[in-house]
Design a protein around this ligand. Structure first.
Ligand SMILES: *Cc1c(COP(=O)(O)O)cnc(C)c1O
Length: 364
C-alpha cells in the first residue's frame, strides 16, 4: 500500500535548526512587532529576491490588501479571474471595482491585447497575476500603464525567486505581492511581503500594517493588523537557507513529468518562457481533446490516493459571492482553461517513481 500523495507538501527545516533560531526569543520576550527575526528576514529576502525594498506581512492576502490601500487607488482595477480568490477579494475589500480581463491561451496570464479596451475614465490600476510562476508580459503592461497613468501591482504569490533576464521578479510595476503560505515554494507558515521600488512607500506600508499608527500619540490611517510575528520570521530564515536546493529538486520533478507527458495528443503543457529562471511552483496540465476529461482524471487519481487540484476552478468571476455581479462568459479563454486544467502534485521531495505512477494513471 502506498501513502497518500497530496498536491503539495510544506517545506520545513530540521527541527533542531528551527529551535536554534527561536531560542533567543525566550530571553528577549519580543515575540512580534518588527523584532530581530523580522529585521533579519527582511534583509535576507532583499538579497535573495534581489529587490530594493520589502515590507513583511502576516500573510500574502493582507499584504495585497495593504499595498492597494497604500497606493490610494480609486474606481476600477483591471485584473484576471484566473487566480486564487484572494486577488479579487483584495480589490473588492478596498472598495474598488474589479474589471476582468481575459487571459492568453499560452501561459494563462493577462491578455495584454485586451487590456486597453477595458480602460475607462475610472481605471486606476492593473493587478495582473504571474499565474503558476509564469511571468506576465511586463513590458507591455508597463507601456499601457505609462500611457494611461495607471499603477501596476503584481500578484506574485506564485513567483518566489523567479528572475527575468537576471532581474528579480519583484522589481517590476509599482509593487509586487508575495505569499509565504505553507503551500508555497517558500513559506513562513503563513506570511507574505510586498516589494517595491519607491522607498517612500515603505513608511506607509509599515504604518498601515500596524493599525495606521504613525507616532506615540498619532494615528493617521485606518490601518489593520498585518504584522509578521517572530516565529513566522524565524521559520522563514530557516527555510530560506534551503530554498535554492528545494527549487532544484522541484526542477527534477517537473522534468520527470515533462518526459512522461510531453507530446501526448490532447495533453497541453506550458512551454518554458524565454529568459525566465523558473521556480517550478506548479505543474498545470490542460486536458483538451484528450481521451479522458479533466474531471475523470481527477477522480481516477483520487481513487489511487493521489490528490490533484482543479486550480483555478471556478473562476473568481463565477464564484457564489460574485457571480450575480460578473459574467464569466466575458472571459472565454479563462473559462475554457478553468474547465480543463489540473495541477498535479509537486513538491521538492516528491518521489520520481511516484511521478511515473501518476503519469501512468493519466495515460492508462
Ligand atoms: C496564495 C495566494 C494568495 C494569498 O496568499 P496568502 O499568503 O495565502 O494569504 C494570493 N494570490 C495568489 C495567486 C495565491 O496563490
Amino acid at each position: 500500500m502506498t501513502n497518500k500523495i497530496q498536491v503539495t507538501r510544506s517545506s520545513m527545516p530540521q527541527l533542531d535548526e528551527y529551535i536554534d533560531e527561536i531560542r533567543e526569543l525566550w530571553n528577549s520576550r519580543w515575540l512580534t512587532n518588527m523584532g530581530v527575526k523580522h529585521k533579519k528576514l527582511e534583509s535576507d529576502l532583499i538579497n535573495y529576491l534581489d529587490v530594493s525594498n520589502i515590507a513583511l506581512f502576516t500573510n500574502g492576502h493582507i499584504a495585497l490588501e495593504t499595498v492597494i490601500a497604500a497606493l490610494d487607488l480609486e474606481g476600477e482595477v483591471i485584473t484576471t479571474p484566473f487566480t486564487f480568490v484572494s486577488t479579487t477579494h483584495a480589490i473588492v475589500r478596498n472598495g474598488l471595482e474589479p474589471v476582468f480581463c481575459d487571459i492568453n491561451s499560452e501561459d494563462y496570464t493577462i491578455d495584454v491585447e485586451k487590456i486597453e479596451s477595458l480602460i475607462t475614465e475610472r481605471t486606476s490600476a492593473i493587478i495582473p497575476v504571474h499565474v503558476y510562476g509564469n511571468v506576465c508580459n511586463i513590458n507591455e503592461i508597463q507601456r499601457i500603464a505609462n500611457k494611461y497613468n495607471l499603477k501596476v501591482i503584481y500578484d506574485a504569490a506564485h513567483t518566489f525567486g523567479v528572475k527575468v533576464d537576471d532581474t528579480g521578479i519583484g522589481n517590476f510595476g509599482d509593487a509586487s505581492m508575495f505569499s509565504f503560505h505553507a503551500t508555497k515554494v517558500f513559506n513562513t507558515i503563513e506570511g507574505g511581503a510586498v516589494t517595491f521600488n519607491d522607498k517612500k512607500l515603505d513608511k506607509k506600508l509599515n504604518e498601515l500594517k500596524n493599525f495606521g499608527i504613525t507616532g506615540p500619540a498619532s494615528i493617521q490611517y485606518i490601518g489593520g493588523n498585518g504584522k509578521m510575528n517572530e516565529f513566522q520570521a524565524a521559520m522563514g530564515i530557516c527555510n530560506l537557507r534551503h530554498v535554492s536546493n528545494e527549487i532544484e529538486r522541484r526542477r527534477t520533478v517537473v522534468k520527470r513529468y515533462i518526459s512522461n507527458l510531453n507530446g501526448i495528443e490532447g495533453i497541453k503543457l506550458i512551454k518554458p518562457q524565454k529568459g525566465v529562471k523558473s521556480n517550478y511552483s506548479y505543474f498545470p496540465v490542460v486536458f483538451d481533446g484528450y481521451k479522458k476529461t479533466r474531471d475523470m482524471i481527477f477522480e481516477e487519481l483520487k481513487e489511487h490516493d493521489i490528490i490533484a487540484r482543479k486550480y483555478f476552478y471556478p473562476l473568481t468571476n463565477n464564484i457564489k459571492c460574485y457571480k450575480d455581479i460578473f459574467n464569466s462568459n466575458n472571459t472565454p479563454i479563462a473559462k475554457y482553461i478553468a474547465e480543463r486544467v489540473l495541477t498535479l502534485p509537486l513538491y521538492a521531495d516528491l518521489n520520481l517513481d511516484d511521478v511515473d505512477r501518476i503519469c501512468k494513471i493519466i495515460k492508462k
